[in-house]
Design a protein around this ligand. Sequence first.
Ligand code: DON
Length: 305
Amino acid sequence: MENLLTRIINENKKYTNLGNVADYIPELKKANKEDLGVYIYTTDNEEYFAGDYNKKFSIQSISKIVTLMLALIENGEEYVFEKVGVEPTADSFNSIVSLETKNFHKPLNPMINSGAIAVISMISENKDEEPIDRILKFIRKITDNQDININEKIYLSEKETGHRNRALSYFMKSTNILEKNVEEVLDTYFKACSIEVTCKDIAKIASVLANGGILPWSKEKIIPRKVTRIIKTIMVTCGMYDASGEFAVSVGVPSKSGVGGGILSSVPSRMGIGVYGPALDSKGNSIGGIKVLEELSERLDLSIF
Ligand code: DON
């Protein structure tokens, strides 16, 4: 298996040249365009890896499934989906247009920025913990990694340049989708996007989803099975943004990407896969990462369809 992964990484490295590192957030420009890594964590606790699997990168939009899990566990699906839809969109992840023109001002789904910001506003705080503390605690649990933290420089860079997210959020405040203080909600969103992970961390999150909410390493059940089903379904329909349909055909595994270069893929009952390659295609998905997943899917017969 490790030989297969090494070969797949080496053969697909050339594609990283065809993409570009995200530059709309200045701090993300610093990533090394040629990096490419993969980590597999099976539901039987087997681990395989190759390439730049140990590099840290910001989780970005992959955090959208973590915050959705938390909001669903806490509030139930009826409450969450009253404010955010579950319909895919061909618009880009930070598009403003559909918020005003479609779905009675409800964000179309929780994987685009507007939907994710609305979902984050549902995560409650208590006297000892801010929403971001609860997000960090949850992610440390589902990765079994207590060292996970926010990359402060990326967070500040996001905050400084996140004008479009501000526009989306103030619009949602005007339509009562957002009830809380906009700047506080945005701050949590920027911090959640700036959480630093490796391929191993996201592979482990994916393995928990693949395992129906049970941590494969301790057998502890921490997410209701129904929530894991909802998350995997939304990953199939919306996880790769406006490339979700094409990705379902070529890879066929519930996945979520982020502009930091990560892709988290969950193969039901079998394994979690984390890939990293910061060179992105025009839709904001890791160009080398998609190639790696296409080949893995073919070689290991991973498509759920
Ligand atoms: O909201 C943003 O601009 C980012 N911090 C997160 C976006 C992201 O990862 C979109 N992904 N493909």
